[in-house]
Design a protein around this ligand. Structure first.
Ligand SMILES: C[S@@+](CC[C@H](N)C(=O)[O-])C[C@H]1O[C@@H](n2cnc3c(N)ncnc32)[C@H](O)[C@@H]1O
Length: 224
């Protein structure tokens, strides 16, 4: 896999050039603690999200031969939906409790305990598809751009994002308030603004549930 230098990347994210992660260790420790605490609730969350992911993947004509990397895979719900469609999947997350469940659900998948802070280690163009489910709303605006920028660097053909597309009821707002301070700044902005400067173009988007949506994006360099 070619190692493209940071100067080639209009979006400014770096390839193998060391961490340029815009958030501190303290913020990440807080998020890790939150997801460790709420890990048991993922049995309920998974049952809600799996049909959302499956239904949308059924409507997209993604080539099942495409390899997929699911960033912040959690318990591997999106990875499981991708594997069921024939994709060879890999995933990472920084909460071991969740990741062990992902490995049990997708025995053929390759899962790694890893922080987004280390995403620069994943080589340029090393997967056909990069996915992320309900990750971006929990990150700061700078971190969202960083994440999308690296997704664009890693993906050969497409990036698929699932997340909140409209404000949720009080229970969603309460849970997101507990997760951290970034939900409001995500939900208040059009998604297209979030992608500015990340080297991605939105090719398709739409709702997936009463509050959720998806965005299929193409890395700017990808042909066609
Ligand atoms: C709302 S959960 C979604 C999990 C999964 N993508 C899904 O669709 O079910 C957000 C996930 O992001 C992970 N995450 C948040 N910040 C991270 C970071 N800095 N590095 C790795 N994983 C992170 C959490 O551990 C959690 O599993």
């Amino acid at each position: 896999m070619s190692g493209r230098s940071s100067t080639d990347l209009a979006s400014g994210c770096r390839d193998g050039g060391g961490p340029d992660y815009p958030e501190g260790e303290r913020d990440r420790r807080r998020t890790r603690l939150f997801f460790n605490l709420v890990a048991p609730a993922f049995h309920f969350i998974d049952r809600r999200l799996l049909p959302e992911y499956e239904k949308l993947l059924d409507t997209l004509s993604l080539d099942p031969a495409w390899t997929a990397l699911d960033m912040a895979t959690g318990t591997g719900t999106l990875a499981a939906a991708l594997a069921a469609r024939g994709h060879h999947v890999a995933g990472f997350d920084f909460v071991g409790r969740l990741l062990r469940r992902a490995q049990r659900r997708v025995p053929g998948g390759r899962f790694e305990l890893m922080d987004l802070a280390d995403v620069h280690r994943i080589p340029y163009g090393s997967y056909d598809l990069v996915t992320m489910g309900y990750l971006l709303h929990g990150l700061s605006p700078e971190m969202r751009r960083f994440t999308l920028c690296h997704a664009a660097r890693i993906a050969r053909h497409a990036v698929l994002v699932f997340d909140y597309a409209r404000p949720g009821p009080w229970i969603v707002r309460l849970v997101e308030w507990a997760e951290g301070p970034h939900y409001a700044s995500f939900i208040d902005r059009p998604f297209r603004e979030i992608t500015v400067g990340a080297g991605l173009t939105i090719v398709q988007s739409g709702p997936t549930s009463d509050v959720g949506g998806y965005w299929l994006l193409r890395p700017s360099r990808a042909g066609g």
